[in-house]
Design a protein around this ligand. Structure first.
Ligand SMILES: C[S@@+](CC[C@H](N)C(=O)[O-])C[C@H]1O[C@@H](n2cnc3c(N)ncnc32)[C@H](O)[C@@H]1O
Length: 315
C-alpha cells in the first residue's frame, strides 16, 4: 500500500482545479456551520447511495487473508466491534459522539435491550432522521440529542462507554472533545474511536500533491482536519486517557475508497459539464465537493499519508 499513481493524481488535481479552483478550496474555513450545511445537503444522498439504514461511515471490507464482506456487512463492522466492548465491559450507559443518522446507536440499543444508548450530533437534520428511524424500528432504549460533543450536556461519570465513528475528525477543538469524553466517562470507562489520521505531521510531507490531496479530502467532507496520530494520542493522554489498543485498518477501507473514486471521477472527467451543473446549482455544491474527497481518497491511503484506525482508550 505504499505506492500510488503520481501521474494520475496530478491529472485529477488539474481537473478538480478546472471545476473549483484549488487555491480557493484550500482557503476554505471549515467551521461547524459548514459541517451542518454539508450533512443537511448530503443526508439523503448518504441514504440513497451509501446506506438505506443511515450509516455514514466507511465499510470495513476484509481482514487480510479472509473472505471479503459485502458493503452492508462492512458497515456493521464498527458497531459490531463496539458491541464486543459493551459485552466485555458490561456497559449499561453508552454514548455515541456524532451519531449521524443513528445507525450505530440504534444497532447497539437493539443488541442491548437493558442498556441505555444516547447519540449526540451537531446536525439537526441527522438528529431528526435518527429519531424517525428509531421510531420506525420501535427501539425504545435509544435517545438522540442535538448537541456539540465539545460541550456535552451530561453529568460527570455518567457513562460506561463512549464511542465515536468518523466524527472526531470534524472537531474544531479536539482537546475539548476528548476532555468532555473523559469527564462523562465513569472511572475505568472506555472510549472507542474509528477515524482517519495523518501518519505524520502535514509539514513533513514533502510531496506537495499528497499534502494538497489530504487537505482537500477533509475539506470535501467538511471535516476540520486529519490530525497526526501521534499528536492526537498526546492530546488524549493529556485529557486523562490511557491507550489500550491501536489498530491500522486502512487496508480494510481501501476497496470502498476505490469504489467511491470510480463514481466521483466521472464528475471531474467532464469539467465543462460539471461547471454548468455547478453554475446552475443542478446538484448541491456540498455533494460536488464531496466528490473531490471521493477522487482523492485512494491516493492518500495508498501512499500511507493517511491511515484509518481503531483506537481503544480508557480513563
Ligand atoms: C461521518 S458522520 C458519522 C456518523 C455516524 N458516526 C456513523 O458512523 O454513521 C459524522 C457526524 O458527526 C457529526 N458532528 C460533526 N461535528 C460534530 C460536533 N462538534 N458535535 C457533534 N456532532 C458532530 C456530524 O453532524 C455527522 O453527523
Amino acid at each position: 500500500m505504499s505506492n500510488y499513481n503520481k501521474k494520475e493524481l496530478q491529472t485529477y488535481l488539474n481537473k478538480i482545479d478546472r471545476v473549483f479552483k484549488i487555491d480557493k478550496l484550500l482557503s476554505t474555513k471549515v467551521d461547524e456551520d459548514l459541517t451542518v450545511k454539508y450533512y443537511r445537503a448530503n443526508g439523503k444522498y448518504y441514504r440513497w447511495l451509501h446506506s438505506k439504514q443511515g450509516a455514514m461511515h466507511f465499510p470495513l471490507y476484509f481482514k487480510t487473508g479472509r473472505e471479503g464482506r459485502s458493503h452492508a456487512e462492512g458497515l456493521l463492522q464498527q458497531p459490531l466491534h463496539i458491541q464486543k466492548k459493551v459485552r466485555e465491559t458490561n456497559a449499561m450507559r453508552i454514548l455515541e459522539l456524532g451519531s449521524g443518522q443513528g445507525f450505530n446507536s440504534i444497532f447497539l440499543a437493539e443488541q442491548n435491550p437493558h442498556a441505555e444508548v444516547i447519540g449526540v450530533d451537531l446536525t439537526p437534520s441527522n438528529i431528526a432522521q435518527s429519531k424517525r428511524q428509531a421510531k420506525y424500528k420501535e427501539v425504545e432504549n435509544v435517545r438522540f440529542k442535538e448537541c456539540n460533543f465539545e460541550q456535552l450536556h451530561f453529568a460527570d461519570n455518567s457513562f460506561d462507554l463512549v464511542f465515536a465513528i468518523e466524527s472526531l475528525s470534524h472537531s474544531q477543538h479536539i482537546e475539548h472533545a476528548l476532555s468532555e469524553a473523559q469527564r462523562v466517562l465513569k472511572p475505568g470507562g472506555q472510549l472507542i474511536v474509528f477515524d482517519g489520521f495523518l501518519q505524520q505531521p502535514i509539514e513533513v510531507i514533502t510531496d506537495e500533491n499528497l499534502k494538497k490531496a489530504a487537505q482537500l479530502f477533509t475539506i470535501g467532507f467538511a471535516m476540520h482536519d486529519f490530525r497526526p496520530i501521534k499528536s492526537w494520542l498526546e492530546v488524549a493522554e493529556k485529557a486523562g486517557f490511557q491507550l489500550l489498543h491501536q489498530e491500522d485498518l486502512s487496508v480494510e477501507t481501501l476497496p470502498n475508497l476505490i469504489n467511491f473514486q470510480k463514481g466521483s471521477k466521472k464528475i471531474f472527467d467532464y469539467p465543462r459539464l460539471s461547471k454548468i451543473i455547478l453554475g446552475l446549482r443542478l446538484l448541491p455544491i456540498p455533494l460536488l465537493k464531496h466528490a473531490i474527497s471521493g477522487v482523492l481518497g485512494p491516493y492518500i491511503m495508498q501512499s500511507k499519508t493517511v491511515g484509518y484506525y481503531c483506537l481503544e482508550l480508557r480513563t
